[in-house]
Design a protein around this ligand. Structure first.
Ligand code: AMP
Length: 239
C-alpha cells in the first residue's frame, strides 16, 4: 500500500469490523495490526474483562471465576460493557471487535445497538459491519494457546513455539518478565474450545446468512494472514 492509499483509508469511516475465530486463532494479533494501519481502536472484551478483574470492580468480581473456568461471562454484562465503549469518541470512524460477539444473542444485540439512537451520533453509524473469520486447525490452536506468553507491560504477544522472545521469558521491547494467562492452562483451554464450538461457531452461520462473512485461512505465517486481511478490508464494500 503506498502512502497516498494509506492516507485515503485513514480519512474514511471504515465502520465496525468484527473478528471471529476460536481462541488462539490470531484475532488479537491481527487486530493490533489493523488498528495501527487504520488508526481505529481494538476493542477486546477479554482484555476489558481482565482489566476489571485486576482492578477488582463489581464487573470484575462477577466475571473472575467464570473466566477462570473457561466459560462465557453472561451476555447482559458483556453487552453493557461494549455499549459503554462503542460510544466513546475514538470509535467515531470505526473499531475492531476482538472476542465480541461470542453468542448469537450478543450478535443480535449488536445489530440492534448499531441501529439504535444510542449509536446514531457516531459518524460511522451508517457503515455496515464487516465480519472476518480466521479459520485454524484444532491442533495448531492447542500449540498456539499452550505456547502463548504476553508482556504485562506493553501487551505484546509471543509464542514459545512460533515467535519466541530473543531472551527466554523476557519481552524484547521492555525487558518485562512474560506471563502466561491463567486461562491458557490445558484444562481450561479445552473448556474454552468447547464453549467456542457450542456458543460461538453458530455465529459464523448467523453472519454467513446475512452475506457479511469473509473467511481467511489463519493457519499460515502471521504476515501472510495480515496481508490477506488488509486486502479484504481494502476491497470490502465500504472503502
Ligand atoms: P479472550 O481473551 O477473548 O479469550 O476472553 C477470555 C475470557 O473472557 C473468555 O474465556 C470469557 O470467559 C470472557 N469473555 C471475553 N469475551 C467475551 C464475550 N464476548 N462474551 C462472554 N464472555 C467473554
Amino acid at each position: 500500500m503506498d502512502g497516498q492509499a494509506v492516507a485515503d483509508i485513514k480519512r474514511c469511516d471504515i465502520g465496525p469490523l468484527i473478528l471471529l475465530g476460536p481462541p488462539g486463532a490470531g484475532k488479537g494479533t491481527q487486530a493490533k495490526k489493523i488498528a495501527e494501519v487504520y488508526s481505529i481502536p481494538q476493542i477486546s472484551t477479554g482484555d476489558i474483562l481482565r482489566a476489571n478483574v485486576s482492578a477488582g470492580t463489581e464487573l470484575g468480581k462477577k466475571a473472575k471465576a467464570i473466566m477462570e473456568s473457561g466459560e462465557l461471562v453472561p451476555d447482559s454484562l458483556v453487552c453493557d460493557m461494549v455499549a459503554a465503549r462503542l460510544v466513546e469518541p475514538d470509535c467515531a470512524r470505526g473499531f475492531i471487535l476482538d472476542g465480541f460477539p461470542r453468542t448469537v444473542t450478543q450478535a443480535e444485540w449488536l445489530d440492534g445497538f448499531l441501529q439504535s439512537k444510542l449509536f446514531e451520533n457516531q459518524p460511522c453509524a451508517k457503515v455496515p459491519p464487516i465480519v472476518i473469520e480466521f479459520a485454524v486447525d484444532y491442533n495448531s490452536l492447542l500449540r498456539r494457546l499452550t505456547g502463548r506468553r504476553s508482556c504485562p507491560t506493553c501487551g505484546r504477544i509471543y509464542n514459545v513455539y512460533y515467535q519466541a522472545p530473543r531472551v527466554a521469558d523476557t519481552c524484547d521491547v521492555d525487558g518485562t518478565k512474560l506471563v502466561t494467562r491463567k486461562d491458557d492452562d490445558e484444562q481450561v483451554i479445552s473448556e474454552r474450545l468447547k464453549a467456542y464450538e457450542r456458543q460461538t461457531l453458530p455465529l459464523t452461520e448467523y453472519y454467513r446468512g446475512k452475506g457479511r462473512l469473509r473467511v481467511i485461512d489463519g493457519d499460515r505465517e502471521m504476515d501472510a494472514v495480515t496481508a490477506e486481511t488488509l486486502e479484504t478490508l481494502e476491497h470490502g464494500n465500504r472503502l
